[in-house]
Design a protein around this ligand. Structure first.
Ligand code: PGA
Length: 250
């Protein structure tokens, strides 16, 4: 009932020229996919990605956004600017933004509201540090991030969200949460969403796993009943690897 959704987060990699080359490789490799697929390049390559993805089922997203419409906000990009070039998604609250650029649950909340107003789908990232996991507070950390980040949304608004559970200790480290661990935490996140918006809505929200997803581990992750897809960093930079992840069920 929930359509799987696999998205690539390119972080600060690839110029427009490299983006063009990537899509030339990727498009024929995932022609037959029946799942939702997106790529989130750096801002300067989004337009190239959109041009290259025209006529395919690949959606394009940003990695960040600001919540104001326009104004004196040096270095920022608004939701309506994303819409103006055909951007469908934006990642919000990635742990790198939380740790390096001062993103908080409060700014996540403002960004989610602003994106929904413009019908851009937020991909809201949550996840615990290694210290938090070792203390046994994974569930409470994710719960707080979800509750504060999504405070006051209507059930209708919540239905359109994508959540990405990304344990910080598994990002870019080669360490993946076991499929079972990831599935359990994602199950808990769905329960929290149910408390906030009702079970019927929580059952519609797609929750991705992220953190060292590779062609070799995607299948067992996707076998977990609550895992609806993946947010892929490093392995989304190579068309062959990303295609192998998208085509996990073949
Ligand atoms: P990774 O990154 O796949 O390189 O671990 C995932 C992410 O940060 O979204």
């Amino acid at each position: 009932m929930r359509k799987p959704f696999i998205a690539g987060n390119w972080k600060m990699y690839k110029t427009p020229a490299e983006t063009g080359e990537f899509f030339q490789h990727l498009v024929p490799l995932i022609e037959k996919t029946k799942i939702d697929v997106a790529i989130c390049p750096p801002f300067i390559a989004i337009e190239t990605a959109i041009t290259m993805a025209k006529g395919t089922l690949i959606g394009i997203g940003a990695q960040n956004v600001y919540w104001e419409e326009e104004g004196a906000y040096t270095g920022e990009v608004s939701p309506s600017m994303l819409v103006s070039i055909g951007c469908q998604y934006s990642i919000v609250g990635h742990s790198e933004r939380r740790q390096l650029f001062g993103e908080t649950n409060e700014t996540v909340h403002k960004k989610v509201k602003a994106l929904l107003k413009h019908r851009v789908t937020p991909i809201v990232c949550v996840g615990e540090t290694l210290a938090e996991r070792e203390k046994g507070s994974t569930n409470t950390v994710c719960e707080t991030q979800i509750k504060q980040g999504l405070a006051g949304l209507t059930a209708k608004e919540a239905e359109g969200l994508v959540i990405a559970y990304e344990p910080i200790w598994a990002i870019g480290t080669g360490k993946t949460a076991s499929a079972q661990e990831a599935g359990e935490t994602i199950g808990y996140i769905r329960k929290v969403l149910g408390d906030l918006f009702g079970k019927a809505v929580a059952d519609k929200i797609r929750i991705q796993y992220g953190g060292s997803v590779k062609p070799g581990n995607i299948k067992e992750l996707m076998e977990q009943p609550d895992i609806d897809g993946a947010l892929v960093g490093g392995a989304s930079l190579k068309a062959e690897d990303f295609a192998a992840i998208v085509n996990y069920s073949e």
